[in-house]
Each structure stands twice: as structure tokens, then as C-alpha cells.
Design a protein around this ligand. Sequence first.
Ligand SMILES: NC(=O)C1=CN([C@@H]2O[C@H](COP(=O)(O)OP(=O)(O)OC[C@H]3O[C@@H](n4cnc5c(N)ncnc54)[C@H](O)[C@@H]3O)[C@@H](O)[C@H]2O)C=CC1
Ligand SMILES: O=C(O)C(=O)COP(=O)(O)O
Length: 597
Amino acid sequence: MAIPTYTSRPKVLIPEKVSPDGLDLLKDSFDVDQKQGLSPDELKSIIGDYEALVVRSETKVTADLLKAAKKLKVVARAGVGVDNVDVKTATSLGIIVVNSPSGNINAAAEHTIALMMAVARNVADASQSIKAGKWERSRLTGIEAKGKTLAIVGLGKVGLTVARIANGFGMHLIAYDPYANESLAAAASVTLLPNLADLLKQADFLTLHTPLIASTKGMISHAELATMKPTARILNVARGGMIDEDALVAALDAGTIAGAGIDVFTSEPPQPDSSASRLIAHPKVVATPHLGASTKEAQENVSIDVCEQVVSILSGALPRSAVNAPIILPEEYAKLQPFVELVEKMGSLYTQHFASSHSGSGSAAFRTTFDLTYEGALAELGTTKPLFAALVKGLLSPISETANINIVNAELVAKERGILVNEQRSRENVDTLAYSSFITLRARASRSASQARPASSRMPSSANTAQAGTPASSSTGGGGAEAKEQIIQGFVSANKPFISRLDRFEGEFVPQGTLLICRNFDSVGKIGYVGNLLGKAGVNIRFMNVAPLHNGAGVEENGNGGKEALMILGVDGEVSESVRRGLISEEGALEASLVVL
Ligand SMILES: NC(=O)C1=CN([C@@H]2O[C@H](COP(=O)(O)OP(=O)(O)OC[C@H]3O[C@@H](n4cnc5c(N)ncnc54)[C@H](O)[C@@H]3O)[C@@H](O)[C@H]2O)C=CC1
Ligand SMILES: O=C(O)C(=O)COP(=O)(O)O
């Protein structure tokens, strides 16, 4: 991701109660709007103004909402579960979803223990009874945790923390989790069982700590409850949909389950007459309104955790806990950042300079294969995902409105557009060059004669290379019908990207601003001719570089012995199509293309 540029301060929307500790981190650089109680329609109507959205579990971040969020770069979930976020749609739109995977673990585990003890000792019932002026010691006799079997489904972060606390109570601990870490389980004195059925039979207390996913949705229903001891008590501080609420109410009514402590429901807040409401109302149930993460400490943790990540993302850096993006170590990303800019420029230069000869943007009919070779120190890097994303972004940004391409969606977008990229690492040539790393982009477009198109079709308007009567096979931009290899090479020096080779021509230039790239025979008067014409058109030349042929490759000479070269002009002011065309003449250039980088 290149560092984003904003015309005004980016805006962050907080539609739920999030601890101010994290929000303070945002306020220095961003406009932070806290707007609680918005309806889905109200949220949708304003989301288009925001670069970041920070939510907890109440806000439903649907596909509909995300599609209306034209500027959104990040959805930050101040908590663990992202089941209220349509991560798939966010991914396809290039929106990063981050969460706080460990900020509220302890709070959720302690709340589970609180519910377990409340259910074991009838705490809620006893409290209501005494407040009503009763003194019911006999009816409210409870059971002890010590010596009982606590059965844990999902031995992840919360499940293990519950196990460690329960171990101190002298409970017997068993768990079912096909993906659990065996040594962590053993260290917490938990015996892992191979299946759920065995676990359910032995449970005095059953507690659920998995995410709500296809394999856990409705995992405890009539059949499962029927296999449990009638004295068993059930706890759920994970997600509502994992227990069939109607089945649990029926088992509590029938006395085949003794009690339950429930924090999470299928509808939150519960709709009147819903299965969630019936469960909450049941006398054998201790219910809390999704309070697992609601401690001062946990809210501070998750708020700071996700707000730091929002700051990173909006500043062009990588988050540490992205749900839908590969994690890259910050130090590795820092090394890559200047090359990210270079590769994006190379991609954009390719599309603008070469695309007129074959659709470099990789439409279905013009499949182009790109080889990106990283040489030198870059060859040692662990990941090159940001470079891949930068190439896809660079290739497409001159011709597509969907500029929001990043490491989250680059692969998907490339696949959709038929862009094939092979990445290679090489240590060749390093010692012969002054800079320690450089990158070569080779593009091979293959198309059949039947796929040849009129010059105007699928052409980016800026990809305006034209030619002046020389053999097409030796051009740098426009070309004949045959598939050819095009090369762009670049390097970074003092954190600044440079292009060092453009096809058969070698010469350094900074890929920045508006450039006129002219191919011509290097002979007296050319520069004067071009300069004069641009001057008359009010176009100021900022710099000019001449790039001769690379290693004498494909030398062509005009009748007067003039060799081919590229003239690269950095210009200020608008270069009209007629001015560009005017550069192409006997006295001027053979080709001229205008690129904006
Ligand atoms: N009520 C609340 O306020 C809170 C609820 N939570 C919820 O608690 C749950 C657990 O959170 P963490 O422990 O942080 O997650 P985690 O990802 O660390 O652990 C989940 C565990 O479930 C296991 N698992 C996955 N599929 C399974 C299956 N089919 N059968 C058995 N085990 C399976 C995984 O292997 C993993 O070990 C999540 O649903 C989270 O949203 C977390 C914090 C607060
Ligand atoms: O972190 C989680 O998964 C939670 O369920 C906490 O939800 P909350 O942020 O309290 O709405």
C-alpha cells in the first residue's frame, strides 16, 4: 500500500460505545464522529463520507452497507468475533477488516466463570427472592464446582483461560476441539476428547468457546441435549446460534437439563416472542445482555488495539491483526515500502506506455503474463505480497475507477481481470550495479489474429502512443500484431523510485508527474525541434533525459548514422493530443507517448 493522500482529514465513524482510550489516538489526525443509535438506513446514508468504521457486535456491517461505503478503507471490530461483518464483501472491495484477538479474552473467561457460579449457586434467583422479601434457603441450595467435570467446546484463547481458572476450583477438565494445541491443553490439565458425543455424556457443566461458523452453528440441539446428564448445566458466552434456543428451553422444561447461563443470543437485543426471549425468561436460566467483553479493562484494551490499527491503515502502513489480509511484520513492510511505490509506477507506466499495442490491463481477450523479478537484497525478503498488489494496482489504476486495490483484494482482482503474474527472485547482476536491489517487469502479451482489435477498443484514453512510419517491431510503445516482450526495470535510491530501463532503452529517470516519452533517431536538431514545439504550446520542460539503446540491442540507424534513443521529458502544463501528435514527424520523434505517474 502506498501512503494515501487525502484532500481533507480522513473521517472515522464510531456508531457504538467504544472506550475513549483508543479514540484519543485517532483525534490528532482524523475527524472522529461518535453517532450511536443510527438505524441501518441512517448508517448507510452517511457511510460514504468515512474512511474508517469502528464497531462492536451491534452494528451489522452488511454487503449493502459496504457497497455504499465508497471511501472506506478499514472496518475495525473492537473485539474478537467478526460474524457481524460481511468479510467476504469487504475483501472483494479491498476493505481491510481488523479485530482485537486478545484484548477481551480474560473478560470473556471471567464472565463464563461468573455465569457458572451463578448457575451453580442460584445467585440471580436468590437475589430476586430476597429482594422480594423472601428467605428461601432450602429451595435455593446449590452445587459446588469442585470435583465436577467442566466440558469445554473450543479450547482456544477464551476456552483455555476458562480452563486455567476452573483448574484452580479443583474441577475435572475435558475438551473437544479438533484443532487444539495438545501441549497447551496438557499444561492446563485439560484432557482432549476425540468427539463431541463423548464430551457431552460426561459434562456436569458444558461451556462453548468456538466462533460461530458452519461447523458450530446449531451444534447443541435436541439430539445432543438428550445425551447429557439431567443434572448438567450449560454456559454460552461465545455466540447465540451455537445452541438451538428452542431445544434448550424444551430440555429445561422437561428437566433433562438442570440450568443454563447465557450471555449471547440468536437475536440481539432479543425480539419479543423470539426463541431468545423465551430462553431469557426461563426460570432456570441466568441471562446477561452480551456482557462477556464489557469490563473497563477489556474495553480499554480492544479500543486501543483497533484504533492503533486504524491509524496504521489510514497512514498507509499495515495493521497487526487483519482478518482478511496476510500479516506482514512491520520491519519487513518498512523495507518494502519504497519498492511498493516503484512497482506501482512500473505497472502504471506499462499500461500507459505500452497498452496501445496490446491490452496490458489483461482483459479476458488479451491475456498478458507479467514476470516480476526481484534482484539483490529484495530476493531475501520473506513476503512480496505488497509488491504484487502494487503491480496490480499500477496496471489498473490508469484505466479503472476501482483504484482501491491493496493486499486484501489484489489476487482476486488480478484473477478477475486475467492478469497473470509470476514472481521470481534472483541474485544475478547484483554486484555489477551501484544499487543493491532492483526490479524487472517483463510483460508478454499473447493474442491471436482474431483477437486483434481496432486501435480504439479497450484503450485507456491516456494510453496514447502513436508512431511515425518506422518498423513496428522496434518500437517501445505501439507495435504490430505479434506478441512481444516488453521490459521495464527500476530501482530505489535514497527511498526514491527510478526507472532504469524501458524496453530496449537504458537511462535513469524519475517516474513522477507528466512525462512525454519520445522515441527518435539521436541526431542534431531533435531536442530543439521538440523543445520549440512544446514551448509554443505553453508546455514547460522540467527535465529531459536521453536513454540510449540497452547494450546496443536491436540497433537501428537512420540514413545519417543516427542511433535510436528515447527522449524522456518531464513537463508541466497540459499536453494536448494535437501537441503530442505534432511531435511525431521527420524532424521530431518516431513515437511519442504521454504518461502521468
Ligand atoms: N460474549 C462475549 O462478549 C465474547 C465472546 N467471544 C467469543 O468467544 C468465542 C471464542 O473466542 P476465542 O477463544 O478468542 O477464539 P479462538 O479462535 O482463540 O478459539 C476458538 C477455538 O474454537 C475451536 N473450534 C473451531 N471450530 C470448532 C469446532 N467445530 N468444534 C470444536 N472446536 C472448534 C478452534 O480450534 C479454536 O481453538 C468467539 O466466538 C468469540 O466471538 C469472545 C470475547 C467476548
Ligand atoms: O469480542 C467479541 O467477540 C464479543 O462478542 C464482544 O462483543 P462486544 O464488543 O461487547 O459487542
